[in-house]
Every structure is written in C-alpha cells, then in structure tokens.
Write a protein that binds this ligand. Structure first.
Ligand SMILES: [Zn+2]
Length: 82
C-alpha cells in the first residue's frame, strides 16, 4: 500500500514537471515561429505593408525579411550585399 502511494506521488510530481516544461516550450515557440498570416509587416524597400501570408519571404544573413514582391526582395538583396 505504502509503495503505491509513493509511486502515485512521484507520478504527480512528474506530471507537473512535464506540464511546466511543455508550457515553457509553447510560450517560447511564437518567437521562433513565423508570424500569423494576417500580421501586417512593412516591406523594407518600398515601405508598403503586406500580410505575412502573402509576402515574399527572404532569409538574408540569418534575418527574415518580408517583401511585397520578388522585385523588392531582389532589390533588397542587392543593396544588402553591396
Ligand atoms: Zn515592395
């Protein structure tokens, strides 16, 4: 009987630890994930606002940029690699 209670307590502790780890992991995620499709992001080239879902996404030297079109992305890449 005593053994069962000990195992139960350990299971409860483990449950809370896993839940806390899972919550920390979920809270951490939005920073790394791409913004929602409806989020408005400014094109760094022509300063137009585009939704993340329709934007042209370019990864330039580890940073992610959002452009209204391929032309702006190309222009920005050319400017940044100068
Ligand atoms: Zn643009």
């Amino acid at each position: 009987m005593y053994k069962i209670i000990t195992i139960l307590i350990l299971l409860i502790i483990l449950f809370f630890m896993v839940r806390r780890a899972a919550r920390a992991w979920i809270e951490q995620k939005p920073d790394q994930a791409t913004p929602g499709k409806d989020v408005m992001i400014q094109d760094p080239v022509c300063k137009v606002y585009v939704t993340a879902g329709s934007a042209v996404v370019e990864e330039i030297s580890g940073q992610r940029y959002y452009f209204c079109s391929q032309d702006c992305a190309k222009h920005f890449r050319r400017e940044s690699t100068k």
